[in-house]
Every structure is written in structure tokens, then in C-alpha cells.
Design a protein around this ligand. Structure first.
Ligand SMILES: [Zn+2]
Length: 428
């Protein structure tokens, strides 16, 4: 087993040297060290035993290609092969981010539903960019994600197994996150990544594995053979619409039992469909990342501030359920911003996310001198052009606001990467 010592210098292929400062942690594949590289503190992952040459070449390729998005803590430099192994250098994980597993155990909690949705969006966007660049992640699991509870920002780590589509890293993925076809012996690809993504999203929202219900509880001892059945050939979604055999169990699966009723139908129905027995068998019909982003946008459109208790709540448009999940009072959903097929509910203090990044684009408030008149504040960096029903055009600059009045049409301008012809329309 190759280990490094404090003070030891490691040569990088670009010619510079990194100095080992201390060990940060170790796992099955290798040890992570804090290193100094030209005055900057970085992390070095050093493999216990050097993986084969193809792995090294792939690592070099990924370093040269660069990170797919800022969500990835990506390999930045590769070391030369020396001291019986090799490794790669990446940025240090900043303070304030916690492993996803902490959220599943409720050791960490999102500050808000808003932050939770932001995390979901960031994960989808990271995987969209990864697949767009022709990679597959292959080893997606709860240990790869670090999330900031305050705003849901996500960092995706352990990117050394990322491979071009169709190539095999030799990593099969972690049990419980592998797609059924991989459990059965297939090669991981973007389709199996998409399965893993659905699992991660489900766990993010409900803090329970989608296949872990009564069946798993009744299993005397989780052997490899059982694992292959429960997560592979006989996988049953805990809320399968036709098969109730694997429902969550009271006293054991409390998170999902508590949370499932609180989320909007659009989200629950998407999971029911994605984890249906039919879809589990058809990898190429799984929801692609852009579709997931649209779903999360729709869920975000239904996240409002309750005018009664001033807490976050969902209004379930598809189920016509407008009762606050906290105080139970009915919420007035008559004021809306229609945008394409979306309907964003306008209640005071609610932030609107028009595009799919995690920066709010508008916020509902009160007119300064008239608390009966609601306004929409422009939080974007661009100017909005607002058409009135009488044909007048008003300009709403960044930081300014417009009244929420029936029939006003808003062109959000170029600061939002949307269809330039798409306009929002107020219904009030
Ligand atoms: Zn309320």
C-alpha cells in the first residue's frame, strides 16, 4: 500500500511539485491529503494501489477537458507515477458543505424548502452538463454530494471514475444506487446515471430510498442475493400505484411517511412513473435531466409563502389543494403569473424563479403606500418591458417594481436565458 508522508514532494505532470501537509481522510480507493501547490492549499487523492493505465489516461483526459460545471470538484492536475502509485489534485471542499448522508440521517437539515429545491436543480444541472460533454458518472451515490444547508448549493466530488459514454471504469457503482440493469450485470452509462439521479432526487426530497419499504424490512439479513432482488429483478417502488407490497413501514420509514403528503402531485406523480415497473425495465425511456429540471421548476412554481403564517408551503395545483402545509388555512391562488405552460402563484414575499438557475428573478411584495396592492419586483439584471391591456409599454428596470394587475404582459428581456418571444402574463 502506497502512502505519502508529511513534507513529501509529489511531482505533477505539468512539471510543478505539491508538498504533502497532512492526511485529510481515507477510503477504499485511496487517501486524500492536504497539499501545498505553489502557495495554494489543494487536495491530493493518492491511490492505495495504482489503477490500470487506461484509468490514468482517462484521468489525464478529464484534467485537460475541464469540469463540466462549477458543481464539480474536478481533477485539476495528475501526478507522475512515482512512489508506487499516482494521484490527482483537486480543489479543497469549502467550509459549510455537508455530505448528503447527513441529510438522510437528519443530522443536517435544509434551512428551507427553497434550499432543498435549489439543491435538486443544481444536481440535475451538473448531470446535464456532464452528459452533454459526453461523460457518464458511473458511480453516483450519496457519498458524492456535499450540500450547503443554507442555500442548497451542491458540490459533486469523486469525479475520477467519470468516463466517456460507453466506456467502463471498472466501477460498478454503489449498491442501492445502481440501475436494475446494472445490478443484473450491465455496463453503466448515461441511462443508468439517470436512474441513479432519480434515486438521489427521491432521497433528497423524502430522506428514504425509493425501494426500501416493507419488503426490505421483512428481509432477515441483507445478502448479495437479496440485494440483487430488492434493487434489481424484483424492485418495487414504495408508492407503486399498482403494487402495495413494499409500502413504507410506520416507525421505520418515518421521514417519507411524513413528507410524502406534503409535496405537490407533479413531483409525486413523476416519481411514481419513473419508478414504475414498466419504466424500470426501459432505461432509454427514463426522464432526461432537462425534463427533471422542468419538473423541479414546476414544483418551485408551487412553493409559496403562506399569507397567514408566513411559512413556506406548497400549493398543489394538480390536486387543487391550496391548504397551507403548516397552518392548514386555505391560500388565495387567484393571482398568478402564466409563463408558457407554467403558472407561478403570487403571494406576498414569494420569490419567483423564471429560469432554472438558483437565483430568484422576481419577488412579490406590497405597494409602499397601499397594502392592498401587490407588486412584482425585478430582481434580474435586465430590464422588463411590460405591455398593458391598453397597449402601453412600461419599463421596469432592475430593482424596480410593477403592479400585479390582470392582463399585464411581461417580456423578461435578455437577462434570462429563455425564449425571447416568451412573455409572462399576469392573471389577477
Ligand atoms: Zn400557513
Amino acid at each position: 500500500m502506497a502512502e505519502l508522508t508529511v513534507g513529501q514532494k509529489v511531482n505533477l505532470t505539468i512539471g510543478s511539485q505539491a508538498t504533502v501537509l497532512k492526511e485529510l481522510g481515507r477510503g477504499g480507493q485511496g487517501i486524500v491529503y492536504l497539499v501545498d501547490l505553489g502557495g495554494t492549499k489543494m487536495a491530493l487523492k493518492w491511490y492505495h494501489t495504482p489503477p490500470e493505465d487506461a484509468f490514468y489516461k482517462n484521468l489525464e483526459h478529464n484534467v485537460n477537458a475541464g469540469a463540466p460545471s462549477d458543481a464539480f470538484i474536478w481533477p485539476e492536475y495528475v501526478t507522475v507515477k512515482e512512489n508506487g502509485s499516482y494521484g490527482y489534485i483537486m480543489k479543497l471542499r469549502p467550509e459549510g458543505y455537508y455530505e448528503f448522508g447527513n441529510y438522510l440521517l437528519a443530522l443536517k437539515n435544509f434551512k428551507s424548502l427553497d434550499a432543498m429545491l435549489a439543491a435538486a436543480m443544481k444536481i440535475c444541472e451538473g448531470f446535464r452538463m456532464l452528459h452533454l460533454k459526453g461523460y457518464s458518472y458511473q458511480d453516483l451515490n450519496d457519498g458524492n454530494f456535499f450540500i450547503r444547508p443554507s442555500d442548497g448549493d451542491v458540490l459533486i466530488c469523486d469525479n475520477d471514475n467519470v468516463m466517456p459514454q460507453g466506456q467502463k471504469s471498472g466501477i460498478m457503482g454503489k449498491a442501492r444506487y445502481m440501475a436494475p440493469e446494472i445490478v443484473a450485470g450491465g455496463v453503466p452509462d448515461k441511462y443508468s446515471d439517470r436512474f441513479s439521479l432519480s434515486v438521489i432526487l427521491f432521497m433528497l426530497f423524502f430522506a428514504n430510498h425509493p425501494f426500501e419499504g416493507a419488503k426490505v424490512v421483512s428481509c432477515p439479513c441483507m445478502t448479495e442475493a437479496f440485494e440483487k432482488r430488492f434493487y434489481g429483478s424484483e424492485a418495487v417502488f414504495i408508492y407503486d400505484k399498482d403494487d402495495p407490497s413494499n409500502r413504507p413501514v410506520r416507525g421505520i420509514h418515518q421521514n417519507v411517511i411524513k413528507r410524502w403528503p406534503l409535496f405537490p402531485s407533479i413531483l409525486k406523480n413523476t416519481f411514481i412513473e419513473q419508478f414504475s415497473k414498466e419504466k424500470l425495465q426501459k432505461p432509454n425511456e427514463r426522464l432526461i435531466e432537462q425534463e427533471w429540471e422542468k419538473i423541479i421548476n414546476r414544483v418551485r412554481d408551487e412553493l409559496v409563502i403562506c399569507p397567514n403564517c408566513h411559512e413556506e408551503t406548497f400549493v398543489d395545483m394538480d390536486a387543487s389543494n391550496y391548504n397551507c402545509i403548516n397552518c392548514g388555512k386555505s391560500i388565495d391562488t387567484s393571482k398568478r403569473l402564466k409563463y408558457g405552460l407554467r403558472e407561478l402563484i403570487l403571494t406576498p414575499q414569494t420569490k419567483l424563479f423564471i429560469d432554472k438557475d438558483n437565483t430568484p428573478d422576481a419577488e412579490v411584495g406590497f405597494f409602499p403606500t397601499d397594502k392592498n396592492l401587490l407588486i412584482l419586483k425585478n430582481l434580474t439584471t435586465g430590464t422588463w418591458n411590460v405591455d398593458t391591456p391598453k397597449g402601453k409599454v412600461k419599463v421596469v428596470k432592475p430593482g424596480e417594481f410593477m403592479p400585479i394587475l390582470n392582463g399585464l404582459k411581461i417580456a423578461f428581456g435578455t437577462s434570462l436565458p429563455n425564449d425571447p418571444n416568451a412573455k409572462g402574463e399576469i392573471e389577477a
